[in-house]
Design a protein around this ligand. Structure first.
Ligand code: URA
Length: 200
């Protein structure tokens, strides 16, 4: 088990709370019309590790919490491979509202939502961010990338004035498409465990 220590930080919590209130009232893109709940993020404001994925799915939209139900179980199993528990990481998505039928986020939706992820990253100041899938990878890298070519890479990145290590891997749902991708995803999370030990 990798122990990621955390201290209480009221100022960060307040910044995140204000941002969440703003996100819940957001009408900057079409997705506000079809959402049930805004899915802002979940986890300790003091987390050293932040998981950034694509967008809420059906159950996340229903509950207002990222990675619940089957998706949550899958993520927990992967975190376990890295020696992490869900309670010690902060989980956010690129989009805070569910795209209808879980379609890919559109560029203008990513742009409209950017301020919230930027705010989360600059408030939390994680040491390491794990990008799950190409949408998260491309947004955090600020360039085109193909996960099949770049998964498992650890990069130095500055985003929203915060500097951190960026670890790239597949979206957990990619594991549903085949055993080979599932194995790569699991191997990436085991590598992430080693990376965390070296950063501790
Ligand atoms: N998939 C995502 O990308 N995000 C979630 O919150 C749940 C499933």
């Amino acid at each position: 088990m990798v122990c990621i220590a955390s201290n209480t930080n009221d100022a960060t919590r307040k910044v995140l709370h204000k941002l969440e209130v703003k996100a819940k009232a957001c009408r900057r893109c079409r997705l506000h019309k079809t959402r049930t709940n805004v899915v802002f993020g979940d986890g300790p404001s003091t987390a050293n590790v932040m998981i950034v994925s694509e967008a809420p799915g059906f159950w996340e939209d229903q509950k207002g919490v990222p990675f619940v139900g089957a998706a949550g179980k899958n993520l927990n199993a992967l975190l376990f491979e890295a020696g992490l528990r869900r309670e010690e990481v902060y989980i956010a998505n690129i989009l805070k509202c569910r795209p209808p039928q879980n379609r890919d986020p559109l560029p203008d939706e990513i742009e409209a939502c950017r301020q919230f992820l930027e705010g989360q990253i600059s408030a939390i100041k994680p040491k390491l961010v794990v990008a799950l899938g190409r949408i998260a990878g491309r947004t955090l890298l600020g360039r085109y990338m193909v996960m099949g070519k770049e998964h498992g890479r650890l990069l130095d990145r500055t985003y929203a004035s915060a500097s951190f290590k960026l670890f790239l891997t597949y979206h957990p749902a990619a594991a549903l498409y085949g055993a080979e991708t599932k194995q790569r995803l699991q191997a990436d999370f085991r590598k992430l465990g080693s990376v965390l030990k070296s950063l501790a």
